[in-house]
Design a protein around this ligand. Sequence first.
Ligand SMILES: [Zn+2]
Ligand SMILES: [Zn+2]
Length: 237
Amino acid sequence: MNNCLIFTHLLLGPRRCAACQATAGEDGLCPGCRARLAAERLPATGRCPRCARALPTRTAPVACGSCQHDPPPFERVITAGSYASPLRELVWRLKFRQQLHAASVLGRLLADAVRAAGGPLPERLVPVPLHRRRLQRRGFNQSLEIARVSARRLGNLPVDNHCLVRQRATATQSRLARAARAGNLRGAFAVAAPLPAGCRVAAVDDVMTSGHTLRAFSDCLRRAGAGRVDAWVVARA
Ligand SMILES: [Zn+2]
Ligand SMILES: [Zn+2]
């Protein structure tokens, strides 16, 4: 431990896990939370290569039935893990307790997942925007905070926070019946500033549940000029 770390340690006490408040290491997580994240990467848990839906077994690299039936406007979803402990707690602390240091941990985990997934990096990251009323209430956009951290760790990729806007305040997706979710997002996003034609972008969001938000958002990114859209989500339900 260098002097600066000893001083911080004496002043603030041991570092606390950003998810559960147990004593944490340099990465902001405790050994238990770190182990839960690592356990998810075991070969028993397969995911659809297109939408990252959890599949019962790690099968051949083919897309799930729903992606084959109705291909999404994004190429692939990269996720740091399931919407379960500790990612669920980290997202909750960030969004509802304004604990912005959780965004550093989440952004780092997402960047690690992107590196592990391989493939070409996008030319810019576009966080899913909040409607301005929700932004005013929360004071920050969690997806932007996460995107900034990931972008820095991946070699300072540009973050574009202005090309699309959320023009309609939509009901919280999780409160709607499945069938109502797609309709709820129709016309939710609009192009504010076109993208360079054909550019590769990554749409960044905190949680992906039904995928309707990311479909609507990716559709709009394509209308804005994107040639390829990847979706990067911290947690996949
Ligand atoms: Zn923990
Ligand atoms: Zn799929």
